[in-house]
Design a protein around this ligand. Structure first.
Ligand code: IMP
Length: 459
């Protein structure tokens, strides 16, 4: 059977922890979109591992697949595999022949475009990993796929066609001399050909390249359990998110089928677990109707630290929840749970169950609020509007819940759901009713043993 894990909000919902808990019974863990823009931390036998591309199940001896919907930077992949090997692990990672390859010029272009946009305050705040430029080339039918790395002639022809175009963009559109760049070789056909061939040789030597669709069909035939590990989140999905403040792929559940080569029926007949943080965080710019306080430089129109009405509360939640970017250390914007956003997310993904994280972070507050609906132009909306411009004008209508006291996470995780404080259960049940999906598990702390599992998704 299959289990698909999807972020219901803006990313950073704690998917890694849930993949870890439910991944135990999986045989194969598949990433179906995105690339090394993700980041998750896995603690295994007392050791901490940080991965951005390798499916986290690889640490636990599962087969990891990077599906055709991914964009793969072989440098990152090899570095992560080498680092795991140095620590005594033997990761088994396969890469789809149809996946697209992030080459050095994609990363350079990502940086150049973001810098140019920042001059007019229009930057997306990308991770700078070349994700957008690589998906652009995929859609533009000029990308280099993993299979091409093993076909010297195809590869050479593609690079000879594409690289002069990239040079022209740098020179003519951005008015930059390629030779003045930190990495001018990224725009040199011979250098990129050599680099790409080296990637191909290692992938071939280690027998890592597969037809993911056929591979997964065989795995299903053999009765194996397959987990689809979504990265990022629904509200930064290129189609269903708050465009243009999005990533360039489809983290939503439909992406699991398209991005791995299994049929939608296969994904739909398994479980689709929506990962929800018990409140909301956002990195970078863009609307956030339930925001508390603000972060200078990120919250639109907010440039004075300390001016927010609920600054103290925001700071408290940020500190308790460790809401700082894993790589950059940037403080995340914090707000109450946003139900119009989650109703949209539940509709788009068809969640069969919910995993709600950070219920411990909210413990000790007198009251906990949720954005129940929005008001836009005098009308009440139950779900978020489709344009970011309208979303930015929405005002959240809040509902208030009584808070719950602090509790011992390990005890609750061991004793089960009923051991959670009553008001926390009330909050969770309200959420479950509103989204019409049962609670599958509740995260009560960062550790692996700090998850209250209500439902075994594989049964
Ligand atoms: P990109 O994916 O690097 O192109 O970045 C596009 C947008 O998605 C930016 O706002 C990023 O902050 C956001 N983003 C990308 N990956 C993640 C993630 O794993 N968690 C949260 N936000 C992300």
């Amino acid at each position: 059977m299959t289990v698909t894990i999807v972020g219901a909000q803006l990313g950073d919902e704690g998917k890694g922890g849930i993949v870890d808990v439910y991944g135990e019974a999986a045989d194969v863990v598949v990433r179906y979109q995105g690339g090394d823009n993700a980041g998750h931390t896995v603690v295994h036998e007392g050791e901490t591992y940080k991965l951005s591309l390798t499916p986290s199940g690889a640490i636990r001896g599962k087969q990891g697949i990077l599906g055709n919907g991914c964009v793969v930077n072989p440098n990152t992949l090899f570095d992560e595999i080498d680092a795991l090997r140095e620590r005594g692990l033997d990761p088994d990672v396969r890469v789809a022949e149809r996946a697209h390859v992030i080459l050095p010029y994609h990363r350079v272009l990502d940086g150049i475009e973001e810098r140019a946009k920042s001059e007019s305050d229009d930057e997306i705040g990308t991770t700078g990993r070349g994700i957008g430029p690589t998906y652009e080339d995929k859609a533009g039918r000029r990308g280099v796929r993993v299979g091409d790395l093993l076909a010297p002639e195809v590869l050479r022809n593609r690079l000879e066609r594409v690289i002069p175009q990239k040079r022209a963009i740098v020179a003519e559109v951005f008015d930059i001399d390629v030779d003045d760049l930190d990495r001018p070789e990224a725009f040199d056909v011979d250098a990129m050909y050599e680099q790409a061939r080296a990637y191909g040789e290692r992938l071939a030597e280690e027998d890592m390249v597969v037809n993911a669709s056929a591979f997964l069909a065989d795995a299903r035939e053999a009765g194996q359990n397959i987990m689809f590990e979504g990265a990022q989140g629904t509200i930064i999905d290129i189609d269903h998110g708050n465009y243009p403040f999005v990533t360039s792929s489809n983290p939503t559940a439909g992406g699991a089928a398209v991005g791995s080569g299994v049929s939608p029926g296969v994904v739909g007949s398994g479980e689709i677990v929506g990962i929800v943080k018990g409140y909301l965080t956002r990195v970078g710019s863009g609307p956030m109707p339930t925001e508390l306080g603000g972060v200078v430089g990120d919250t639109p129109g907010y440039d004075e630290q300390g001016a927010g009405e609920n600054e103290e509360l925001a700071t408290h939640i940020r500190e308790e929840g460790g809401e700082y970017g894993t790589v950059t250390g940037r403080p995340r914007r914090v707000g109450w749970l946003d139900l119009p956003m989650l109703r949209h997310s539940a509709r788009v993904n068809g969640f069969t169950g919910l995993a709600v994280n950070h219920i411990d972070t909210l413990a000790g507050l007198d009251e906990v609020k949720v954005g129940y609906s929005y008001t836009l132009d005098g009308e009440e909306l139950m779900t978020m509007p489709a344009t970011t411009e309208k979303w930015a004008r929405c005002e959240a209508n809040l509902r208030t819940f009584d808070g719950w006291p602090a509790f011992d996470a390990a005890t609750v995780a061991e004793e089960g759901y009923e051991a959670l404080p009553e008001n926390a259960r009330e909050y969770l049940e309200f959420l479950s009713d509103e989204l019409d999906a049962p609670i599958f598990c509740v995260g009560v702390g960062p550790g692996r043993g700090e998850t209250v599992v209500v439902e075994d998704v594989w049964e």
